[in-house]
Write a protein that binds this ligand. Sequence first.
Ligand SMILES: [Mn+2]
Length: 200
Amino acid sequence: MTDLITTPITAAASPVEQVVLLDEAGNRIGTAPKSSVHGADTALHLAFSCHVFDDDGRLLVTRRALGKVAWPGVWTNSFCGHPAPAEPLPHAVRRRAEFELGLELREVEPVLPFFRYRATDASGIVEHEICPVYTARTSSRPAPHPEEVLDLAWVEPDELATAVRSAPWAFSPWLVLQAQLLPFLGGRTDARVDAEALVS
Ligand SMILES: [Mn+2]
């Protein structure tokens, strides 16, 4: 597998947001418009998730805006996104933090560099991603972008861990899966997560 976190590929600048397509081994095999990739049979592509802590060790959870194509109105981790074709992942993480939440991040660290999942939302839209998971810290006060984030909360990690296990249907499937693997959400780094089991 190529180094997904640090290896950019070059591509012509495009006015349409592009995502990076991946083969089963995680190699970059091309690009496609973000809007056409996500559908009923979504091709595997590169994304990321980030969990943001404040200075008191609380975690930021967000509720996805109702206008989002996939999982509208669902509570999830701090934010997610797709790197542009030539964009290193840590840069994409910082860019989306600023865009979605007005947050300046520090200590951006990959914690699950090879996380992968496939899941289908209630409307039939499929996500299918190799999705390196990051943690970061902020001292900023969130200023959510209304087209991205409907609501947010700072929560104690152990309370989120309990909530995700008690009511997994109330959270994004990628958060539920990540919680099985992230120690700060009660997970074990050696846990085996069967992401395909989520396909409905
Ligand atoms: Mn995606």
